[in-house]
Design a binder for this molecule. Structure first.
Ligand SMILES: NC(=O)c1ccc[n+]([C@@H]2O[C@H](COP(=O)([O-])OP(=O)(O)OC[C@H]3O[C@@H](n4cnc5c(N)ncnc54)[C@H](OP(=O)(O)O)[C@@H]3O)[C@@H](O)[C@H]2O)c1
Length: 245
């Protein structure tokens, strides 16, 4: 059976590439984000290129009060929903995030909002005993660094949440896959200093869609970030705290 996939944060560069990769596999799509005009453009483009059904609707991760109605409208439009890709994220200005009012937005956009909408998704899939949830976290969540620890903490919390959700949903046959990209060339990272081994959103999107063909639960993209992060995680804290990272 072909997939019917909800993509949350569909205007992101990585999400667009992921949507195109799912469409190339014949999946019907529901694209959700805050920018109605951009959603309409992306949906029309994918529909023309791949000949799949593409619907779209407004979704704000931070407006958690709206998530019940949002998810109902997705199910009304796509009654055979088979999977969800959570792609939204917000890096923001990490210097400014030292102020809690700014930091709270980073936490809401990357973590609280994700927990809210994924609760709806999990509670829907669990009794059906089918479905998948792909959550895009980040290598930034693997270890706290002075340059992005508010974003990193929110992504680290998201990774932990996805891990617990995977443990809960395993018995019902619902797959939960955590994706941890390294640096990707998108609006989020434009102009950031110190980037290396930067991947294209297209390469990452194709690999995200392909995670369904493999059994891995936690996927680093590209693959070598697993080993880079293994080394970084093993640097003793007494040394790590002195590094300018
Ligand atoms: N780029 C990287 O190097 C990198 C590395 C690791 C992980 N990631 C993660 O990969 C995912 C995709 O990022 P990207 O690089 O493709 O970033 P991007 O192009 O900047 O896209 C970010 C997306 O998140 C959406 N978003 C932000 N706050 C939102 C909210 N409150 N409600 C709904 N949508 C919201 C944005 O929508 P609007 O257009 O409405 O603002 C946009 O579609 C993110 O989760 C990011 O954290 C990225």
């Amino acid at each position: 059976m072909s997939e019917a996939v909800l993509i949350l944060g569909a205007t992101s560069a990585i999400a667009r590439a992921t949507a195109a990769a799912f469409a190339a596999r014949g999946a019907a799509l529901y694209l959700a984000s805050r920018d109605a005009e951009e959603l309409r453009r992306i949906a029309a483009d994918i529909q023309v290129r791949y000949g799949v059904a593409v619907q779209h609707g407004l979704f704000d991760a931070e407006a958690t009060d709206s998530h019940t109605a949002f998810f109902k409208s997705v199910l009304a439009a796509m009654p055979k929903l088979s999977g969800v890709v959570l792609a939204f994220g917000y890096l923001g200005d990490q210097q400014a995030a030292r102020d809690f009012n700014v930091g709270a937005k980073v936490i809401a956009a990357n973590f609280t909002g994700a927990v809210s909408i994924l609760s709806h998704c999990a509670n829907y899939f669990e009794p059906l005993q089918r479905g998948f949830i792909i959550g895009i976290s980040s290598v930034a969540g693997d270890r706290g660094r002075q340059s992005n620890y508010v974003y990193g903490a929110a992504k680290g919390a998201l990774s932990l949440y996805l891990q617990g959700l995977r443990n809960r949903l395993y018995a019902s046959g619902v797959r939960v896959i955590t994706v941890k990209p390294g640096f990707v060339d998108t609006a989020m990272t434009y102009g950031l200093p110190g980037m290396f081994l930067v991947a294209s959103p297209q390469a990452i999107g194709e690999r995200i869609a392909r995670t369904l063909d493999k059994s891995a639960d936690v996927v680093y993209l590209p693959w070598f970030w697993r080993y880079i992060m293994l080394i970084i995680k093993h640097i003793p804290e007494a040394i790590f705290k002195r590094l300018k990272l």
